[in-house]
Ligand binder design. Structure first.
Ligand code: G6Q
Length: 554
């Protein structure tokens, strides 16, 4: 395929950017009263307004042309057809098959998978119902009311984010804890809060070979046995979510207590699979099914809608425009919903691990920018923290603002205040404030001319800062499912346009391998060990500093 930067569509976009020149977003809105209607779309219970981005009609048409030229529709169809589009790992990418419903008929690289998916969902349902109904109890006969999910990365961030987001659906008397960090304090904090007799440990690991997860799982098992339970009781308190039955068995978990998924489920796309068991336990299997149904609605939209109406494709194309033509290197995700407080962290992995790539699918270096730095916090908290930079910083940051029109907890006028802040921020970022407006305001406040001269520039907002607004009626399992699927497909579309494989993650390997080398060089507490000698002077020196402190046994 032609290099992205050599395509006529790419060159045309650069030319359009020049033609847009000094046009401000304000001008675009002033010139076209219909801009909001023309640049907003609805799908699967979500409403997207992307009109507050600095693009013209010509740019919009050209972006659609770019998507066609990059073969986006054919690549999308190849993903849904279960072709091995994750080429570096030789795998299909079929998270859509996990939420396709009872009548689906998906195949991964030619092998049917839908029956496997539905059987595993049925097993999960039976298990969740048995835990909830008390048929599956702890070894002393008490109901299992606490879940400790032990996993990391894709085996942690998705279920954690969803469980937090669906707080209004939590079943009475149930609590979930998510332990990911190999920092022992994370596990200790969770264990301090639970009773071994009423706790179910879920060891979530696709490979069942992840250092952090296995270390946490071993320590959890030791804690459980130390509480007076026997080896035979492990079957009542430990289940595994994995693709690796041999490793699960070797760890001591009965294969009957293992819920399976498959190599065509990427870790960061796995919350729809057995990895979602902790979700089903906390909110009920019915709500887990609704989450899948919401994602399915977005999948159906993504699969069928023409590009100009296709919400994930449009979100992706606007992102490409901002990243590659407007040279915006950072993107903020700003949910105006406290229950979505882990969404930015979840999307950080989904987006940055998928598209933070410098090598193209064919092994060639990419010669254009790829995924932006992604960060975020819920509104309104972020407004009192980093929004200063969004409004007046020297770097432009694009942003997605996300909110529900109706809150699950309508408390007085809190939700109106929340929504007013959402709208005010997107309006301010778009319009800005000119120097003339700033001066007029200061004069209206009665300031003297010298004071106005001193403060005027501090009060100027350049505006023209691009935002998307994503709205839904309410945050429900269905709309949450659709929202997550929207982002998954956006990420896929951007990977196609940038020509990178969004489904591998070789960049996480080097640090893992070096940690294995360094581990034996770190002193146990009270153990005398020298500093490092096999590394650079900084790494050697840091090992020496740490070992000096630890060997003193403090
Ligand atoms: C996700 C990544 C990564 C993975 C973790 C946990 O796409 O592959 O975040 O999910 O490293 O891996 P395991 O589930 O195999 O323990």
């Amino acid at each position: 395929m032609t290099n992205l930067v050599d395509t006529p569509e790419w060159r045309a976009l650069q030319a359009h950017a020049e033609a847009l020149g000094a046009a401000s977003m304000r001008d675009l809105f002033d010139r076209d009263a219909d801009r909001f209607r023309r640049y907003s779309r609805s799908a699967a219970g979500l409403f997207l307004d992307f009109s507050k981005n600095l693009f013209s009609d010509e740019v919009f048409e050209n972006l659609l042309g770019l998507a066609r030229a990059r073969g986006l529709e054919a690549r999308r169809d190849a993903m849904f057809a279960g072709e091995a589009i994750n080429k570096t790992e030789g795998r299909a990418v079929l998270h859509v098959a996990l939420r396709a419903g009872p009548n689906a008929d998906y195949s991964a690289a030619g092998a049917p998978v839908s029956a496997l998916v539905n059987d595993e969902l049925a097993r999960m349902k039976r298990f969740a119902d048995a835990v909830h109904g008390g048929a599956f109890k702890g070894h002393t006969g008490k109901p299992l009311t606490n879940v400790v999910n032990i996993g990391i990365g894709g085996s942690d961030l998705g279920p954690l984010m969803v469980v937090e987001a669906l707080r209004p659906c939590w079943l009475d008397g149930r609590q979930s804890f998510f332990v990911s960090n190999v920092d022992g304090q994370h596990l200790v904090d969770a264990l301090d809060a639970v009773d071994p007799e009423t706790t179910l440990f879920i060891v979530a690991s696709k490979t069942f070979a992840t250092q952090e997860t296995l270390a946490n799982a071993r320590s959890a098992k030791a804690w459980f046995l130390a509480s007076g339970a026997g080896e035979k009781d492990i079957a009542k308190h430990f289940v595994a979510l994995s693709t690796n039955e041999a490793a699960v068995t070797a760890f001591g978990i009965d294969p009957d207590n293992m819920f399976r998924f498959w190599d065509w489920v990427g870790g960061r796309y796995s919350l729809w699979s057995a990895i979602g068991l902790s979700i089903a336990l906390q909110v009920g299997f019915g709500n887990f099914e609704k989450l899948l149904a919401g994602a399915r609605a977005m999948d159906e939209h993504f699969r069928a809608a023409p590009l100009g109406e296709n919400m994930p494709a449009l979100l992706a194309l606007i992102g490409v425009w901002n990243r590659n033509v407007q040279n915006i290197a950072a993107h903020a995700v700003l949910p105006y919903d406290q229950h979505l407080h882990r969404l930015p962290a979840y999307l950080q992995q989904a987006d940055m691990e998928s598209n933070g790539k410098g090598v193209g699918e064919g092994g060639e270096p990419v010669v254009h920018d790829t995924g932006p730095v992604l960060f975020g916090e819920p509104g309104t908290n972020g407004q009192h923290a980093f929004y200063q930079l969004l409004h007046q910083g020297t770097d432009i940051v694009s942003a997605d603002f996300i909110a529900a029109a109706v809150s699950a907890s309508e408390l007085g006028d809190h939700h109106q205040m929340l929504l007013a802040n959402f709208l005010a921020q997107t309006e301010a970022l778009m319009r800005g404030k000119t120097e003339a407006e700033a001066r007029a305001e200061l004069a209206a406040d009665g300031l003297s001319q010298p004071e106005i001269d001193r403060l005027a520039l501090h009060k100027v907002f350049a505006g023209g800062r691009p935002t998307n607004s994503i709205l839904m009626e309410r945050l429900t399992p269905e709309t949450l499912g659709a929202l997550i699927a929207l982002y998954e497909h956006k990420i896929f579309c951007q990977g196609v346009i940038w020509g990178v494989n969004s489904f591998d993650q070789w960049g996480v390997e080097l640090g893992k391998a070096l940690a294995t080398t360094i581990l034996p060089e770190i002193s146990a507490l009270g153990e005398k060990k020298p500093g490092g000698s096999a590394h650079d002077s900084s790494t050697n020196g840091l090992i020496g500093w740490i070992n000096a402190v630890r060997s003193a046994g403090s």
